[in-house]
Design a protein around this ligand. Structure first.
Ligand code: URA
Length: 214
């Protein structure tokens, strides 16, 4: 399902994920369809991102016999969407991992400097003991992702993965340079950023398309 670009970047090459991303990119996809596709693609993304989670065995009883069966072991999962577009992926991820914790980090891009400005943070008390998945549909400049991950590391989090739908080479370079320990999961890597730091060809403003605000 997965192709690797460099040591840090995992491209989710599953045909369903690739197909759904193409449908999302289309400028004429209505809000409801875009949102539904985001949910579906988020599940495929999480499926891939969790494929190496450790398992242990638990003794259970089926209707026919006792057996030792695999169950998840290891750290609790905590999903941290970067507000607001990250919210569009989290509910679907929770359907796959209902016991995951959820933290929220609010970061906006200053339109003139493109710097990341934090305006909200609420994470579980035991976040430092979790495997944290930072979720944002678009890895553009990488400023928001880097700032969110920096903040989580300041809180003591050691195990972090970053999940996005689309990434730009510039964002991958920035995130890899500042946080080489954080694997990046993406459905596609596009050509470049434009002068307004939008990903080209991209899919437009993910937040606006998810929430119908433009
Ligand atoms: N954020 C978006 O929503 N889209 C882009 O292309 C870049 C950042």
């Amino acid at each position: 399902m997965e192709g690797r670009m460099s040591t840090n970047v995992h491209v989710v090459t599953h045909p369903l994920a690739q197909h759904k991303l193409t449908l999302m990119r289309r400028a004429d996809a209505p809000t409801a369809e875009f949102r539904q596709l985001a949910r579906e693609i988020a599940m495929l993304m999480l499926y891939d991102l969790t494929r190496d989670l450790p398992l242990t065995e638990q003794e259970i009883e089926t209707p026919l016999a006792r057996m030792k069966a695999p169950v998840l072991a290891g750290k609790k999962l905590c999903l941290v969407p970067i507000l607001r577009a990250g919210l569009g992926l989290v509910d679907a991820m929770l359907e796959l991992v209902p016991s995951a914790r959820v933290g929220h980090i609010g970061i906006y891009r200053d339109p003139s400097t493109l710097d990341a400005v934090e305006y909200y943070l609420k994470v579980p008390e035991d976040v430092s003991a979790c495997l944290v998945i930072v979720v944002d549909p678009m890895l553009a400049t990488g400023n928001s992702a880097c700032a969110a991950i920096r903040r989580l590391k300041d809180l003591g989090v050691e195990n972090i993965r970053f999940a996005c739908l689309l990434s730009a080479p510039e964002g991958i370079a920035a995130l890899t340079a500042e946080h080489p320990d954080v694997p990046i999961y993406t459905i596609a890597v596009d050509e470049r950023l434009n002068d307004h730091a939008y990903i080209v060809p991209g899919l437009g403003d993910a937040g606006d398309r998810l929430f119908g605000t433009k």
